[in-house]
Design a protein around this ligand. Structure first.
Ligand SMILES: Cc1cc2nc3c(=O)[nH]c(=O)nc-3n(C[C@H](O)[C@H](O)[C@H](O)COP(=O)(O)OP(=O)(O)OC[C@H]3O[C@@H](n4cnc5c(N)ncnc54)[C@H](O)[C@@H]3O)c2cc1C
Length: 417
C-alpha cells in the first residue's frame, strides 16, 4: 500500500501522542497500514479500555494496531476528562473491588515506568453515609474481607478532621487512604504512548461499521484504507451502539454527564489534597475531587442524564444542572457558596443495563471482541479490563457471565455503583 508522508504520520500518530513517539515516525519504516494479516490484533478505540488492552496485548508479544478516530483521550470520549477517581469500595460487588485493587497496582507500575507518577494522586476517598446505608455497610464488609486499608469514621471524627465540609445528614463514613484520582486524559495518553513504545502501531483513523460473514477479516477506514488482523477488539465506548447497531443499539445507553470546577478562595488550601479528600455522597448522587494544580474543585452529579450522541453533543453545561450543583456546593462546602465556576466538562457515560461491563465475543464473529459499557465507573479498571481481554484472547476461555452480551438487557436498571 502506498503511504504518503501525511498518511504515514497519521498511521503512527506522532501528532497525537507527542514527541516521545518520534522514533516510530522515522522515514523508511514499514507502512503501518496494510492488508493481508499485518497485525495479530487490531484494537479500535484508544480510550482507557482500548489503550490498556493494546498495551497488554503488545507486551504479550502480539503485533498490535491501536486505532482511534479522534485521538487517545480526546475531548469527546468518555475517558476525556481532567481526572477520574480510583476507589476500592463497591458495596458487595467483590469482583470490582478486586479489579480496582489489581488496577491500582498496574496503574502505579505503568506510571513509574513512564516516569509520570504524579498522574496518580493518592488523595484518599471519603464515602459519606447516612445511618442506615446499605451500600456503604456492604462496602465496609467487603473492604474488611479483602484486606483493603480503610477507616470507619463517626460524625464527630469527620467534623474534627474536615471542618470545611458541612456534613448535613451524614452520620458516618469510610475513608480509603490509599485510593485517589488519575489524571484523566493525560493518563490515557500515557498508556497509549507506552503501548506504542512497546511496539504497537497507532493510527488516527475512523473505522466504518464492520461487515463480515463467519468472522471479520479486516476493518475499513473512512479514508479508504483496509486494516486486517486475526483478531479485533472494538473498544469504542459510547460509539459502540453506532458501530454495531444490530447488536448493541439497544444495549449501551450513552447519557449526558456534566462536571463543574469551582474556583477556590484565594490563598485557601482547604480544598486541595491533603486537606481535602475525594468525597462521595451516594444518596445525593454526587461526588467531587480536590482542586489539583489550581484547576478548581471538581463536583459532578452521578445521576444519569438524557441520551446523547458522542459525535454531535455540544459540550456546554445546562443551567439546570449548574444550579443543582451550585446549591449542593453552597450547602455542603459553605466556603465555596459564591465560588465561581472556572471550568466545566460535558461528557457521557456509556451505560449497560445494570452497570456491569461488556466483555464478550461478537455473537456472529468469533474473532471480534466487544469491550465497553464502563457505565460511569470504568476508568479505574482500565488495567484489569485490558489484562482480562488479553488473557481471554490468549486462552480462549469463556468470559464471566457478568460481562457477557447475553446479560445485557434493553432496559436500564442500575445495580453497580
Ligand atoms: C463525567 C464522567 C466522570 C467519570 N468518572 C469516573 C471516575 O471517577 N472513575 C471511574 O472509574 N470512571 C469514571 N467514569 C467512567 C469512565 O471514564 C468510562 O467508563 C471510561 O473512560 C470508558 O472508556 P472507554 O475506553 O470504554 O471509552 P472511550 O473513552 O469513550 O473511548 C472510546 C474511543 O473509541 C474511539 N472510537 C469510537 N468510534 C470509533 C471508530 N469508528 N473508529 C475509530 N475510533 C473510534 C473514540 O474516539 C474514543 O477515543 C466517568 C465518566 C464520565 C463521562
Amino acid at each position: 500500500m502506498k503511504t504518503t508522508r501525511r498518511g504515514f504520520v497519521r498511521a503512527t500518530g506522532a501528532g497525537v501522542l507527542g514527541a516521545t513517539l518520534a522514533p516510530r515516525v522515522a522515514r523508511g519504516q514499514a507502512p503501518a497500514v496494510a492488508t493481508g494479516g499485518a497485525f495479530d490484533v487490531v484494537v479500535v478505540g484508544a480510550g482507557v479500555f482500548g489503550a490498556w488492552t493494546a498495551y497488554h496485548l503488545q507486551r504479550a508479544g502480539r503485533r498490535v494496531a491501536l486505532i482511534d478516530a479522534y485521538g487517545p483521550g480526546n475531548a469527546r470520549c468518555s475517558s476525556g476528562g481532567q481526572s477520574r477517581v480510583i476507589r476500592m469500595g463497591y458495596g458487595d460487588q467483590e469482583i470490582y473491588t478486586r479489579w480496582s485493587m489489581r488496577s491500582l497496582e498496574l496503574w502505579k507500575a505503568l506510571l513509574r515506568q513512564a516516569g509520570r507518577v504524579t498522574q496518580f494522586q493518592p488523595a484518599g476517598v471519603l464515602w459519606m453515609a447516612r445511618e442506615q446505608d446499605a451500600l456503604t455497610t456492604k462496602t465496609l464488609q467487603t473492604l474488611g474481607r479483602l484486606g483493603v486499608k480503610h477507616e470507619r469514621l463517626e460524625r464527630s471524627q469527620l467534623a474534627a478532621r474536615w471542618p470545611q465540609i458541612d456534613l448535613g445528614p451524614v452520620t458516618w463514613a469510610i475513608y480509603e487512604p490509599d485510593s485517589g484520582f488519575l489524571a484523566g486524559f493525560h493518563v490515557v495518553q500515557t498508556v497509549a504512548q507506552m503501548a506504542v513504545a512497546s511496539g504497537a502501531v497507532y493510527m488516527q483513523e475512523s473505522i466504518l461499521p464492520p461487515a463480515g460473514k463467519d468472522g471479520l477479516a479486516a476493518v475499513s477506514t473512512r479514508t479508504g484504507k483496509t486494516v486486517s488482523a486475526k483478531t479485533f477488539v472494538l473498544a469504542c465506548g459510547p460509539w459502540l451502539p453506532k458501530l454495531l447497531p444490530d447488536v448493541l443499539g439497544e444495549r449501551i445507553f450513552p447519557t449526558r454527564q456534566e462536571v463543574f470546577y469551582f474556583g477556590v478562595p484565594a490563598g485557601d488550601d482547604r480544598f486541595q489534597s491533603p486537606a481535602m479528600p475525594i468525597w462521595v455522597d451516594f444518596v445525593e448522587e454526587i461526588y467531587g475531587i480536590p482542586d489539583f494544580k489550581g484547576r478548581g474543585f471538581k463536583v459532578a452529579p452521578d445521576r444519569h442524564g438524557p441520551p446523547v450522541d458522542p459525535d454531535s453533543l455540544e459540550r456546554v453545561p445546562s443551567p439546570e444542572t449548574m444550579a443543582r450543583v451550585r446549591e449542593f456546593v453552597g450547602r455542603r462546602f459553605p466556603a465555596l457558596k459564591d465560588a465561581p465556576i472556572v471550568a466545566s466538562e460535558v461528557c457521557q457515560y456509556e451505560n449497560t443495563s445494570n452497570g456491569d461491563f461488556l466483555i464478550d465475543r461478537h455473537p456472529e464473529w468469533a474473532n471480534v471482541w466487544l469491550v465497553g459499557g464502563g457505565s460511569g465507573h470504568g476508568f479505574k479498571h482500565g488495567p484489569a479490563v485490558g489484562e482480562y481481554v488479553a488473557a481471554r484472547i490468549a486462552d480462549g476461555k469463556p468470559v464471566d457471565a457478568k460481562f457477557s452480551l447475553a446479560a445485557k438487557q434493553k432496559v436500564q436498571q442500575r445495580t453497580v455503583f
